[in-house]
Structures are given as structure tokens and as C-alpha cells.
Unconditional design. Structure first.
Length: 296
């Protein structure tokens, strides 16, 4: 067995994994099997642990560094973060959305296929036989589901931590306008859905890179690096309107949801671009995988 391969995957290298994955008819990779495999991985536990720890770190940082009461007329979301649970939740999502959630999506969607190849178990999955399209569908669906769950957990946990630390006062925006809890919950739900669709383009890019390599970190790191480069280009005013088509250009359009009068234009554009990039990247990845020889 190859050095570094977990002992629990030894049976997979001898084919038992392929037989189980194929299911009773030997034609499909059951979603519950793939979900169980992904939940059992150390990287999944570490990612969710990080998500749970992050809001606590923010509270500790504010407790250490806060000097006086928050100002209702403050100039940034950081200044308002300790006013209430909703403000703390919005701050947590702002800090996490640009990088952390992108990495989460890249990990869950990008390293599933190269990890199988790295463990030398991919060919057993395909010779079970598990049709390649069904294999990819199972991995993509489970990866997307775990990404969505991670975003939901982060948002709900931030609300709970913020409620304990800062109370349940209504949300207060930068202009001093407030949103009550009945007004806030639908907007938080829309925010979670937007963030999920938005980071799917990062995960889809990682998936595209993942079907071209046996190195999971290369797929995840490559996707994150491309997103960072796109963010740098997005900051160049000289590109003008060309920046609007860059990945994640509308990543913060969800903040428009927390105004009294919601402006839906950028929100809709962000969703449209994210869906377009996700479909293109997944399509290219599936095309590549179907045409490639799997030797490992």
C-alpha cells in the first residue's frame, strides 16, 4: 500500500471499496456512501471545527481590543459588530465570505477526485463498475451539500454566539437604520443562499483543476490562487467594466439585503455570473474526466 494512505482505505485498494460503492446493482455510487466517506475525513472535521471556533475568536478579540461602547454612527461594519447578534453575524459573514468560504468550497468540491486518484482507489470505483458521470455527480452533490451546510452552520452559530455575547437587539446599519428580527430572518436566508451560489464558482474551478491532477492541494491551492489573482485584477480601475465579469466581482452584493430598500441589481448579477462560471467549470471538468485515461 502506498505510504501515507490511511489504513481504513486498504480494503479499497483491493477492490472491496469498489464493490460497496457500486451499490446493489453495481451501477451507481450511493450518495450516502460518499457522504459517509467525506464526513469521516479529517479535513471535514477540521473545517467544521474552524467554522465553530471563528466566531468565538472574534468575540475574544473584541473583548480584548474594545475601548468603549460601539458608535451607532460608525463608519464600518467592524465598528458595529458588537452592537447585537445580527450585527455580529453580518460582520462574521463579511470576514469569512471572501476567503474562508471559498477555501471550504474548494476543499469539498476540488479534492474528492484527486484524493481518490492519490489513494490509488479511483480505478476500483470505475471498474466496479461505476459510470464516470454518476461518480462525478455523487461527489459534486455531496461536496455542494457540505459546502451549503458549512455556510448555514457558520451563520446560525454566529447568531447564537452574538446573542450570548451582545444581546438580541435589532440589526443597525451604517446609516443608523434598523431591521427587526422578522425583517432580518428572510434576508439572512437570502444571504446564505447567495453565499452558497457565489462560492460554488470557486469549488467548481477547484473541481476542474482536480480532475487534471492527483494532488488535492494543487487543485485547492490552484483555485484559491486564481481567485486571488482575479481579486487583484478587480481592484484595477483601469480595467473598467471588464472587472464586472471577473469571478467574485459581486461577492459582497448580499450586503444590499441589509438596507431598508433592497437593490436587487448587483445581487442578481452576482448570482448570474456565479451560475455561469459554475456551469462552465463543471462542464469542462466532466468533459476532461470522461476523456481521460484513469490509471490510478
Amino acid at each position: 500500500m502506498r505510504a501515507g494512505v490511511p489504513r481504513r482505505h486498504e480494503a479499497e485498494l483491493h477492490g472491496r471499496h469498489g464493490a460497496e460503492a457500486a451499490g446493489p446493482q453495481g451501477t451507481a455510487l450511493p450518495l450516502r456512501h460518499e457522504l459517509r466517506r467525506q464526513l469521516g475525513r479529517a479535513r471535514t472535521r477540521w473545517l467544521f471545527a474552524l467554522i465553530l471556533v471563528l466566531p468565538l475568536v472574534f468575540v475574544a478579540a473584541f473583548a480584548i481590543g474594545r475601548s468603549g461602547a460601539p458608535d451607532a454612527g460608525a463608519a464600518s461594519f467592524i465598528d458595529l459588530a458588537t452592537m447585537s447578534a445580527p450585527n455580529f453575524t453580518v460582520f462574521t459573514l463579511i470576514v469569512s465570505a471572501d476567503l474562508l468560504l471559498g477555501i471550504v468550497a474548494a476543499m469539498f468540491l476540488g479534492d474528492a477526485v484527486p484524493t481518490e486518484a492519490n489513494w490509488k482507489s479511483l480505478r476500483y470505483l470505475l471498474t466496479a463498475p461505476v459510470p464516470r458521470v454518476r461518480l462525478l455527480v455523487a461527489k459534486l452533490m455531496v461536496g455542494a451539500a457540505l459546502t451549503f451546510i458549512a455556510i448555514v452552520v457558520l451563520a446560525l452559530w454566529a447568531v447564537i454566539v452574538g446573542a450570548v455575547a451582545y444581546g438580541l437587539d435589532p440589526y443597525r446599519g451604517l446609516t443608523g437604520a434598523t431591521l427587526t428580527w422578522p425583517e432580518l430572518w428572510p434576508r439572512l436566508l437570502a444571504t446564505v443562499l447567495f453565499l452558497f451560489v457565489n462560492v460554488l464558482q470557486v469549488g467548481s474551478l477547484a473541481f476542474l483543476l482536480g480532475v487534471r491532477t492527483e494532488a488535492p492541494l494543487a487543485a485547492v491551492g490552484g483555485a484559491v490562487m486564481i481567485v486571488i489573482v482575479a481579486a487583484i485584477l478587480d481592484s484595477l480601475d483601469a480595467l473598467g467594466a471588464l472587472r464586472h465579469g471577473l469571478p467574485l466581482h459581486y461577492a459582497r452584493a448580499w450586503l444590499d439585503l441589509f438596507a431598508h430598500e433592497i437593490a436587487w441589481t448587483d445581487f442578481a448579477r452576482g448570482v448570474a455570473w456565479a451560475v455561469l462560471y459554475s456551469v462552465v467549470f463543471v462542464g469542462l471538468g466532466v468533459r476532461r474526466f470522461l476523456r481521460s485515461d484513469v490509471l490510478s
